[in-house]
Write a protein of this length. Structure first.
Length: 107
């Protein structure tokens, strides 16, 4: 799901409510506690598909400010904002600029 306009499925208010519910579900999945083998202690499991802004910028090998300026990279708004790793990879491949080896290092 990508943040977009209302459309045919309902009013803008209903769509925003659905988006908010989906973001809450994603945050719950990411921070879901599970029991260890002994069953006594719990630990937090992290879903590797979603990245925070800092993690996404490291994944893209760019600065956080660069990532925030890219308006065409989809993300889920929230605290923290979440980026789907597959979306980052597909955006990177679609916007990749090929530089021949013979041209690297030249000004």
């Amino acid at each position: 799901m990508f943040l977009g306009g209302g459309g045919e499925n309902g009013t803008t208010k209903e769509v925003m409510c659905d988006v908010k519910n989906r973001i809450e579900q994603i945050h719950e999945q990411i921070n879901a506690p599970i029991a260890d083998d002994a069953g006594a202690d719990t630990q937090t499991v992290r879903d590797d598909r979603y990245l925070t802004t800092v993690e996404a910028s490291r994944h893209m090998r760019r600065s956080v400010s660069w990532l925030l300026r890219q308006k065409d990279i989809p993300y889920y708004r929230g605290k923290p904002n979440l980026y789907l790793k597959a979306d980052l990879d597909s955006w990177f491949e679609a916007n990749r600029r090929y530089v021949p080896l013979s041209m690297r290092g030249r000004s």
